[in-house]
Design a protein around this ligand. Structure first.
Ligand code: MLT
Ligand code: MN
Length: 311
């Protein structure tokens, strides 16, 4: 059986965000009933209830480990149930947590060669000592089993595939035109399945657009954890906290034409749909908002830190 633990359900910056005083950040900071603090997006998955793989390593990883007993050391004086990390892009909210995993612990780190190359080019990631941390390339569209540093079986199969997206924010190069230098492999989605019983789910925390190929992949999925960043394209500007649109950031909106709610209506038989990587400006984070009612009315759940799912 696969177990999924949501370590962080918010987009970059978390909710509330440190320098944000807009509606949701303020309400969450005030601790109003039904709201909760959300850290930056990451999930942990196990097939044996003992060894866990992280899917993305958020800058909040330290507190995520403290807040979730499944992530605590269990055996020796030096131990962690975290066997490895799988990365879906090179954004700060998905890679900065690697820097917190530096204390001589065996790990395997899986990513597209493109993401490995940006980590290699940034020498701060050399704190991941190669004697302990094995960086492994993920080939696209090819199912493989996650293994720990010593190549022990995890019982977790992964298939990575490219999705429409964007180069990491910190690597954007305006001189390279409209796509800011985006290359193949900058944003990927994952199908994660159990070796034992083949049950599977999708983890797609960033996706700029729905494609026919992705619709086909997601047909009859039992569970999809999907990019829930923004309710609408100009949400940041509407709330006067930024200018960037969802489109500019490489994220589909929840609402509207070409939004994820509409697009998923066209995908047959998806059993369970959960938004993750939700920006602190998104009103679906407020339990009594009309936007929350709308997403729930369309069969979506809104993930929260500490959410547990069994497949
Ligand atoms: C994003 O998802 O758009 C990025 O995480 C933005 C960021 O790095 O702040
Ligand atoms: Mn992000």
């Amino acid at each position: 059986m696969l177990k999924v633990l949501v370590l962080g359900s918010a987009a970059g910056g978390g909710s509330p965000q440190w320098n944000c005083n807009s509606e949701v950040s303020k309400i969450v900071r005030n601790g109003e009933p039904g709201t909760s603090i959300r850290t930056q997006s990451s999930i942990a998955v196990t097939a044996d209830d003992e060894n866990w793989f992280l899917f993305n390593a958020s800058p909040d990883l330290g507190s995520q480990i403290i807040n979730n007993k499944q992530m605590h050391p269990k055996k020796d004086l030096r131990h962690s149930p975290i066997s490895g990390v799988v990365l879906t892009n090179g954004d700060v909210d998905h890679v900065a947590g690697l820097l917190s995993l530096r204390e001589r612990q065996n790990l395997s780190v899986y990513a597209h060669e493109r993401v490995h190359s940006v980590l290699r080019d940034n020498s701060i990631f050399n704190v991941l000592n190669p004697d302990y941390v094995d960086r492994r390339n993920m080939e696209m569209n090819k199912k493989f089993e996650l293994k720990d540093k010593d190549n022990n079986s995890s019982g977790i199969l992964v298939e990575a595939f490219e999705v429409p997206g964007k180069i990491a924010l910190w690597l954007e190069d305006e001189s390279k035109g409209d796509n800011f230098g985006t290359q193949e492999g900058d944003t990927i989605g994952l199908k994660i399945s159990s070796l034992e019983d083949s049950k599977s789910f999708f983890y797609i925390p960033a996706c700029a657009a729905m494609t026919e190929e992705l619709k086909t992949r997601l047909t009859r999925a039992s569970l999809v954890l999907f990019d829930g960043t923004l309710w609408e394209n100009d949400e940041m500007a509407n709330r006067k906290v930024g200018e960037k649109t969802g489109e500019r950031m490489g994220h589909m909106n929840n609402s509207g034409k070409y939004g994820s709610m509409e697009e998923f209506m066209l995908i047959p038989a998806v059993e369970r749909k959960i938004y993750i990587h939700i920006n602190t400006t998104n009103p679906i984070l407020l339990p009594d908002s009309s936007e929350r009612r709308q997403v729930e009315g369309m069969g979506w759940e809104v993930s929260y830190d500490g959410m547990e799912i069994e497949l």
